[in-house]
Design a protein around this ligand. Structure first.
Ligand code: FMN
Length: 189
């Protein structure tokens, strides 16, 4: 049986990239992965690594160049390129756009294009303001059809009390359940 197709979209939470690529490697044994990067994710060198390094790693894992433009992401829905879409890591910026119907990056385009086929999107939050400005966006998305979350937790209540990160070790199960129309619980750990 051929593998299901998973869109794996990375946005600019650069400190999470190493863990996200480890997850991508694990999921590549289960799914045919279509990699997507936001323009920021694709174009920025940070202290967590260079864009060249991460792009090459994604190509090594998936055998594909990441899609990193709106025009590149637009065919995802019409060409039925994905059965599920994982956004990992998902920034506060991308959460805000998805919650409010703003589509101006490769990742928001990929999600919008994928959603037109009524297929599941699974979001792995990684933002320092998840319990601040992003809280209402997470809430809006939680009640939206075909949107699911990777279980998440506060990661440093002393130094970053509003910060929340998804537990990427739960992503595989969360995707499997989302494909059956179920939200993995507990979503807050
Ligand atoms: C080194 C570095 C780390 C960042 N980490 C995060 C993060 O963990 N979460 C977040 O929401 N934004 C983070 N940002 C900010 C985003 O990259 C920024 O909001 C960007 O506009 C996101 O665009 P995108 O959502 O299209 O990828 C970080 C920026 C830099 C330079």
């Amino acid at each position: 049986m051929s593998k299901k197709k998973l869109g794996f979209a990375l946005t600019g939470s650069f400190c999470t990239f190493s863990k996200a690529l480890k997850l991508m490697e694990e999921l590549s044994g289960i799914y045919d992965i279509v990699p997507i990067m936001s323009e920021t994710a694709a174009a920025t060198d940070t202290r967590f690594g260079t864009r060249e390094h991460f792009t090459q790693e994604i190509i090594r894992i998936t055998g594909r160049e990441p899609i990193s433009s709106i025009a590149g992401a637009e065919p995802i829905g019409p060409k039925k390129m994905t059965d599920a879409m994982l956004v990992a890591p998902c920034t506060g910026n991308t959460l805000a756009k998805l919650a409010n119907g703003v589509n101006d990056t490769a990742v928001t385009m990929a999600v919008k294009s994928h959603l037109r086929n009524g297929k599941p999107v699974v979001i792995a939050v990684s933002t320092n303001d998840a319990l601040g400005a992003s809280a209402e966006n997470i809430g809006k998305l939680m009640v939206r059809r075909n949107i699911y979350f990777v279980p998440m937790r506060q990661d440093d209540t002393i130094n970053k009390p509003m910060s929340v990160v998804a537990d990427l070790t739960e992503a595989e199960k969360a995707i499997e359940m989302a494909l059956k129309g179920e939200q993995m619980q507990p979503v807050l750990k």
